[in-house]
Ligand binder design. Structure first.
Ligand SMILES: *Cc1c(COP(=O)(O)O)cnc(C)c1O
Length: 424
């Protein structure tokens, strides 16, 4: 990539959450393989981000490449209206197989945010079909569910800048983020804010939406499984649907195939994305029960009112199907456990650093929370100089590497964090 291209990018192309007038530098990556990203100048970086939770098996994986090229030779895309194809059925069979028995009806969409929109719409249509006026949702503070409007309306009101879209966003209810950490002794008082809200508002609520166990982009918080169990009980008690957004946590990242399994609950609606295709192409899935699907179908519209152009895209489905097979045939539990152990060994000592407030680890997720917000462009420059790709946000420096990372590669990531945190 020439300098000219990099300047063109800075001038004309938006990147996630960036200014067009003062963009932060974008590094030119020309290829990636395994857990290494290759810069235009030939330098290689160890990837600590898995391209935001997605690339669980590493880049340029022969099995996924093969699934993509085989599907390309058949058809890259075909409309899903009135047509089906073998890659969609194969993928959906697997999704039903690996998730809870009750989840057996699947809606395929293009991205995580759309999967959340679909989940919210399913909940609203479900209650409409039952003749109940339930038009609002309960979400957790510090939650993140995507950037489209419905999804944004259930994101943390401050992190997602609800004030920017004031007057347009639907108004939902928020309860304090779970205060009891994953490894702490369970404290039932953590539930009080939710219990209190429900005693007042339950009959207006269509669903409660949560990220099971790990709140991702809203703060990388890891909470106690009993909280999720209790949310399920409260949903049952008040007859409210439970939406589990596992777009970040799904497919083994936390040490369970799905994080809701830490609490042995069944969500009514489950959203999947990110690692669904091993990070190859965008695809998401929203799963629900036969009861909910049937109820929606008996409603006024007689159908579920959503149908994206690229629904069930064969290329994406073929890769996702191969990705799940690859995962199921791999020793992913051991990989994730080994990463967890190593992250604990190598990151926990940073708790002694004055500028560090907390270090958290679960599965293949390691988080160093600083006292103050970090200078992202500066840290990124320092990390690249160390030969690693780590992208902090706010006060958080965190790792969620591909599961295939080796111990020395992971050490390189944790050493880079250590070196830079000590200097801050
Ligand atoms: C990333 C994410 C989304 C949004 O997915 P996109 O594919 O970026 O639209 C929704 N929920 C959670 C928990 C996520 O981590």
């Amino acid at each position: 990539m020439k300098l000219d291209d990099i300047n063109f990018d800075a001038k004309h192309i938006w990147h996630p959450y960036t200014s067009m007038t003062k963009p932060i530098p974008a590094y030119p990556i020309v290829r990636a393989s395994g857990v290494e990203l290759e810069l235009a100048d030939g330098r290689k970086l160890i990837d600590g981000m898995a391209s935001w939770w997605a690339v669980i098996h590493g880049y340029n994986h022969p099995v996924l490449n093969q699934a993509a090229t085989q599907q390309l030779k058949k058809m890259s895309h075909i409309m899903f209206g009135g047509i089906t194809h073998p890659s969609a059925t194969a993928l959906c069979r697997q999704l039903i197989d690996i998730t809870d028995d009750k989840l057996e009806c699947i809606f395929l969409a293009d991205s995580g945010s759309v999967a959340v929109e679909v989940a919210l719409k399913m909940s609203l249509q479900y209650w409409q079909a039952r003749g109940e006026a339930r038009h609002q949702f309960i979400a957790l503070q510090r939650g993140y569910h995507g950037d489209t409007f419905g999804a944004m309306s259930v994101c943390d009101p401050e992190n997602s800048m609800h004030s920017l879209y004031h007057g347009y966003l639907p108004k939902n209810f928020f309860v304090q983020a779970p205060q009891c950490g994953f490894y702490q002794q369970w404290q039932a008082a953590t539930l009080l804010p939710l219990q209190k809200l429900l005693t007042k508002k339950a009959e207006k609520i269509a669903a409660i939406i949560v990220e099971p166990i790990v709140q991702g982009a809203g703060g990388m918080r890891i909470y106690h499984p009993n909280y999720l169990t209790a949310v399920r009980e409260l949903c049952d008690h008040y007859n409210i649907l439970l939406i589990a957004d596992e777009i970040a946590t799904g497919f083994g990242r936390t040490g369970k195939l799905f994080a809701y399994q830490y609490s042995a609950i069944t969500p009514d609606i489950l959203c999947l994305g990110k690692a669904l295709t091993g990070g190859y192409v965008t695809l998401s899935a929203t799963l629900t029960s036969r009861h909910i699907a049937d109820t929606i179908s008996k409603g006024k519209a007689g159908c579920f009112m959503h149908g994206p152009t690229f629904m069930g895209n064969p290329l994406a489905c073929a890769i996702a199907d191969a990705n799940i097979t690859l995962l199921r045939n791999s020793p992913w539990q051991k990989w994730v456990k080994d990463i967890e152990t190593q992250l604990m060994d190598e990151l926990f000592p940073l708790r002694d650093q004055e500028k560090v407030t907390d270090v958290r680890v679960l599965g293949a997720i390691g988080v160093v929370e600083m006292k103050n917000s970090v200078n992202v462009p500066e840290l990124q420059r320092n990390f690249v100089a160390e030969g690693v790709w780590i992208r902090p946000f706010g006060k958080l420096i965190y790792l969620m590497p591909p599961y295939i990372i080796t111990a020395p590669q992971l050490t390189k990531l944790t050493q880079a964090i250590k070196k830079i945190v000590i200097k801050l």
